[in-house]
Design a protein around this ligand. Structure first.
Ligand code: MG
Length: 433
């Protein structure tokens, strides 16, 4: 049975999830002896944390409880431990909860580490440690303070800006406003009551951040910042109250920070190759970007809002990313930066995946005569005028299609060619072809 998705365990909170938290604690505690635990702001956070702590302690591990903190804050803290256990369901709705497991460098557990934990939680419950080996859990004070203090060392001269911070009621409700105040910004808090009910859709999408756009306009702010539930993500709104897409943010970071060696996912816009950095592309998901950064690199990004700066940790850090974006905004209006970037039409959609013969689809796509083909994640084809990414969905019987080109007509043509190829590769039951 597979418990871990690409970003850990996530499910609607219920008895099974409590039991799973205990078992994960037991398995992690058997393999790692010095653990730090934190939660986001969900109402079920304490229940899940105590279940996990119970398992960890029963296994004989030493545990510190860092309280409510963002995932990147826990990741930064984990440098002093063997592993970090984060109780969060990230950007899922408030009734969900889950677990992310972190390494001392801030990266998520690798597939291999996850498989080891999965094997143990799938087997019979192991015996707890002998009574004389069991330790007590202790509080870990100051995780948020230490995270802010590190960020402050990077901005010694302070920032003179007005920033609206929309934490969505998630784990950054305290840290991001405080961090901005301490580096000199005037902060307008929005949705910063950490009660676990999330006052807007918690994924930082354009649709969920209309309130932030309005607030930036209303207050004449220089920048709007938004996070998801555990604040590993950061998205932003410019000084004209416009949501900035993830592709634009990636390009802004790459250009303004003078990045030389950058890692991003296959589905990011080809604009990034024009920003002057060497670009390495990975499969979809921020964990893939984080894993690739273990081989070196200055910066990694995933356009859903995950920004990784190896100088702090290999965990996407929405708080540090917010500070770095604010520093850029202090040099030049963000709206000017946004408008100065090239922008290409990018189409995202899907087709029914039932009955699609993938090898037939691949030969149909190859007949379109691409310049190159990659199998890093699904099939990616580069054409003279743009590119196409075709991936079976991991959660639904669908095939996801992404196409980008320098013109609307070019993108539409690539997209429609792909739809046609999928139709021609669909084997109808009983038709016998
Ligand atoms: Mg998250």
């Amino acid at each position: 049975m597979r418990f871990f998705g690409t970003s850990g365990i996530r499910a609607v909170f219920n008895q099974d999830l409590i039991n799973l938290a205990f078992r994960v604690g037991l398995a992690v505690g058997k393999n790692y002896k010095n653990i730090v635990v934190a939660t986001d702001t969900r109402t079920s956070g304490d229940v899940m944390k105590h279940a996990a702590l119970s398992g960890l302690l029963a296994a004989g591990a030493g545990c510190r409880d860092a309280g409510v903190a963002p995932t990147p804050t826990l990741a930064y803290t984990t440098r002093h431990f063997d592993a970090g256990v984060m109780i969060t369901a990230s950007h899922n709705p408030p009734e969900y909860n889950g677990i992310k497991l972190l390494n001392p460098d801030g990266s998520s557990f690798t597939t291999l580490q996850q498989e080891q934990i999965e094997a143990e939680i799938s087997s019979d419950l192991p015996d707890p440690a002998r009574w004389e080996k069991i330790q007590r859990s202790r509080l870990y004070e100051g995780a948020i303070r230490k995270h802010i203090d590190f960020i402050k060392t990077r901005f010694p001269n302070g920032l003179k800006l007005r920033v609206v911070v929309d934490a969505g009621g998630g784990a950054a409700s305290e840290i991001t406003p405080l961090m901005f105040q301490e580096i000199g910004a005037v902060v307008v808090p929005l949705n910063c009551i950490p009660d676990g009910f999330f006052t807007r859709g918690i994924e930082p999408t354009a649709e969920n951040l209309k309130g932030l756009c309005e607030k930036v306009k209303e207050t004449g702010a220089d920048l709007g910042i938004a996070h998801d539930g555990d604040a590993d993500r950061m998205m932003a709104v410019d000084d004209r109250g416009r949501f900035i897409s993830g592709d634009k943010l990636l390009a802004i970071f790459a250009r303004a920070l003078g990045i030389n060696d950058l890692v991003t996912t296959l589905d990011a816009s080809m604009v990034i190759e024009e920003m002057g950095a060497k670009v390495r592309r990975t499969r979809i998901g921020d964990t893939a970007v984080s894993e690739e950064l273990r081989n070196g690199g200055d910066f990694g990004g995933e356009t859903s809002g995950s920004w990784i700066f190896p100088e702090i940790s290999l965990c996407p850090d929405g708080i540090y990313a917010a500070a770095r974006l604010a520093a850029i905004a202090g040099q030049q209006k963000v709206s000017e930066l946004v408008d100065s970037l090239p922008s290409y039409p990018l189409l995202r959609g899907s087709a029914a995946g039932d009955g699609v013969d993938m090898s037939r689809l691949e030969s149909r796509l190859l007949a379109l005569e691409p310049l190159s083909v990659s199998h890093t994640d699904g099939i990616k084809l580069d054409f003279k005028e743009g590119w196409l990414l075709v991936r079976p969905s991991g959660t639904e019987p669908k095939i996801r299609i992404t196409a980008e080109a320098k013109t609307e007509a070019g993108a539409a043509q690539i997209y429609n060619n792909c739809k046609q190829a999928i139709r021609e590769s669909t084997v109808m039951e009983g038709k016998g072809d």
